[in-house]
Design a protein around this ligand. Structure first.
Ligand SMILES: [Zn+2]
Length: 276
């Protein structure tokens, strides 16, 4: 049984009329649970309703790429939403939150500060509501870790992790698991593949980040895209195949990896255990 700890099943790429059947397809392949993170105030009700409809779990938060459009009172609204749904067993984390210093416009000094303001405020909310966090990490691992040292949440997931072994260990020391997905299916991603193969098995969770980060077998090259071929849409049904790649890198059976990474997900997102 696999756990997809990060999939945006409310994204426009997934037709709301077909998403139940699509989710069933993934379930038939052994994807027992998906975690659907929110990205902005406007989609909080959607991800909650979807998690209930699909028998999955969700997180509520403001994603760093949505910070430019977010208002300060969205943080008050998040506090209220976390309080309103505190007894909802499907609410498993505050997320997706974090920092993105890869997108040039978000790396400008004023926007770095704005992102940091939302990140730290959401760490405080996670602490207040006793929830782990799901972190977006892109060129921002050290800044995220600084926030966690000052405002520890007890843990969560550093999603789509692609940092150094030292940064990985620093997240692990803060109670985090590291999320790996489609990126490790690319042979040229040597550093990432080495990290995924060498980190302690306890530290790993799997994710698709659907509809994004397509695995190698769905990836459409920039040249083909400029010729009009659309980028492949990632989906939770790809998780077992992505997991099989990681299992092979580690010299493990796929079942053993599925079992271990699902147990890790339940450890870092404890409310998942109650759903199982
Ligand atoms: Zn995401």
């Amino acid at each position: 049984m696999w756990t997809d700890t990060h999939c945006h099943l409310d994204a426009p790429e997934f037709d709301p009329d077909r998403v139940v059947a699509q989710r069933a397809e993934a379930r038939a392949l052994g994807v027992a649970r998906c975690v659907i993170p929110a990205v902005e105030r406007r989609n909080w009700d959607t991800v909650r309703a979807l998690a209930h409809r699909l028998g999955d779990a969700y997180a509520l938060g403001i994603h760093p790429l949505y910070v430019p459009h977010a208002q300060d009172d969205d943080l008050l609204a998040l506090d209220a939403a976390l309080a309103a749904h505190r007894d909802d067993p499907r609410l498993v984390a505050v997320g997706e939150i974090g920092l993105d210093f890869f997108v040039p416009a978000l790396g400008e000094p004023a926007m770095r500060e704005r992102q940091t303001h939302f990140y730290r405020a959401q760490l405080r909310l996670a602490r207040r509501h006793g929830l782990p966090v799901i972190l977006h990490v892109r060129r921002s691992a050290d800044a995220l870790l600084k926030g966690l040292r000052e405002l520890p949440t007890g843990g969560g997931i550093a999603h789509a992790f692609n940092g150094s072994a030292q940064q990985a260990q620093a997240f692990i020391d803060q109670g985090f698991a590291l999320g790996f997905g489609g990126a490790l299916t690319f042979e040229p991603a040597r550093q990432l593949r080495r990290l995924a193969a060498e980190l302690s098995l306890d530290a790993l969770v799997l994710e698709t980040d659907a509809p994004d980060i397509p695995p190698q077998w769905l990836y459409v090259t920039a040249a083909d895209r400029s010729a009009g071929v659309p980028q492949g849409v990632n989906h939770p049904r790809e998780l077992p195949r992505i997991g099989a790649v990681l299992a092979a890198l580690r010299g493990l059976g796929a079942d053993a990896l599925a079992h271990a990474t699902s147990a890790n997900a339940r450890r870092v997102l404890p409310r998942l255990a109650a759903l199982a």
